[in-house]
Write a protein that binds this ligand. Structure first.
Ligand SMILES: [Zn+2]
Length: 381
């Protein structure tokens, strides 16, 4: 027992020199389903490294859940948000005790920070839900919406799914509500609690806009524009903020059944490049600051993508897809700012929780008290 306690304390101490000061702001950016090969395909098409590939700290990350089978976005999101592995479809909820698992968004809000959820999926989809809601089943959309508006209450909610979060309900809960790009930009400049509720479901593929197949983005904001609006609102909090940004189209494209007819690689590459633009918005915002932790990662890989041949800049590479489901292949992680040095080697998806929430002031106090009790404090100092 005593040895075990010492081991725990020692690992906490070894941990502390690396952590330094807690970041004021934490921005977690998720390319849903974005594996190393998705990034490689976009790099080859672009003809050079993506903005996030120059991150000073990088790692590979395993994504296993408690199953069954390969993780879904609910279990992976829960692992990132709470540090706890759960079964697929579970959203930040402990099935054994039937209680909520506290999320990083809630913990950081508890430290006085503001929070935001941004996605081009529906806001009630599993990844944002894992940070701002708790349900035993990811499809309990009513519960998730209720948790957002009455429970976790992120200051910023921007994404698809105006059908699931009725604008009137958001307004009644105290949010200024934007329904298109122009409203989002103007309200973001003035409001301190903002909901951007767009489209009936997820927002369209960027590629479909580029080839004139879908005109949704004539009036709806791209992910990078949603990210910019979120920063405009959140930056006003002197206590800092937590912001989750999710690119869903990387996952959706990977799930398409027919690589050719469904333009899988075209839609995938354009989605990765839009995520890159969103990352550039955040890095531009954070440039010159030393108080903002930025992490870009995936929650799992989708499709078993493999790049076969480079066809030069402006041309898509030859690729193969193993299928149209999630795979257990490790995914990339890129990081900048305070605590970014913890992103190294091979991480597990649960590590995202501790990296985005340490140092935990309460834990530091407890550690100090425990060290004093053990007479270790002097030797350590
Ligand atoms: Zn998926």
């Amino acid at each position: 027992m005593r040895i075990r306690t010492c081991v725990v304390l020692l690992s906490a101490l070894l941990w502390s020199p690396a952590t330094g000061a807690a970041p004021l702001n934490v921005v977690l950016m998720v390319g849903d389903g974005m594996g190393f090969e998705h990034v490689a395909a976009a790099r080859l098409f672009k003809g050079g490294p993506l903005a996030f590939e120059s991150a000073p700290h990088q790692a590979a990350m395993t994504t296993d859940s408690l199953g069954p089978g390969v993780t879904d976005s609910a279990a992976a999101g829960t692992a990132m948000a709470t540090g706890v592995k759960v079964q697929n479809t579970v959203v930040s909820f402990d099935l054994a005790t039937f209680t909520d698992l506290p999320t990083s968004l809630e913990i950081l809000k508890g430290r006085g920070k503001s929070a935001g959820l941004v996605t081009n999926s529906t806001l009630l989809d599993a990844t944002p839900a894992a940070f701002g809601a708790h349900t035993p089943v990811r499809a309990f959309f009513f519960e998730i919406a209720e948790d957002y508006l009455e429970g976790s209450r992120p200051e910023v909610l921007i994404g698809g799914g105006a059908n699931e979060i009725p604008p009137a309900a958001a307004a009644a809960a105290g949010y200024a509500v934007a329904s298109d790009r122009a409203e989002l930009a103007s309200l973001a400049a003035t409001e301190s609690r903002l909901a951007g509720l767009f489209a009936a479901g997820p927002l369209p593929y960027e590629y479909d806009h580029a080839i004139g197949l879908d005109d949704g983005y004539d009036t709806l904001p791209f992910l990078s524009e949603m990210t910019s609006a979120a920063l405009s609102v959140l930056e006003d909090d002197p206590d800092g903020f937590f912001l989750l940004v999710e690119q869903e189209n990387t996952d959706s494209a990977g799930h398409l059944p027919d690589p050719v007819a469904d333009a899988k690689i075209e839609r995938t590459v354009d989605a990765v490049l839009e995520l890159e633009r969103a990352v550039e918005v955040v890095l531009d915002w954070a440039s010159g600051r030393d108080d903002t932790l930025v992490i870009v990662l995936a929650d799992h890989e989708t499709g078993g993508l493999e790049v076969l041949a480079d066809n030069g800049p402006g041309s898509l590479p030859d690729v193969s897809w193993a299928g149209s489901e999630h795979t257990p292949v490790p995914v990339p992680v890129y990081a900048w700012g305070p605590n970014a040095e913890l992103v190294t080697g091979t991480l597990d998806v649960t590590d995202v929780f501790r990296i985005t929430t340490v140092p935990e002031p309460a834990t530091a106090l407890l550690l100090g008290a425990a060290l004093a009790a053990l007479g270790l404090r002097r030797r350590v100092a």
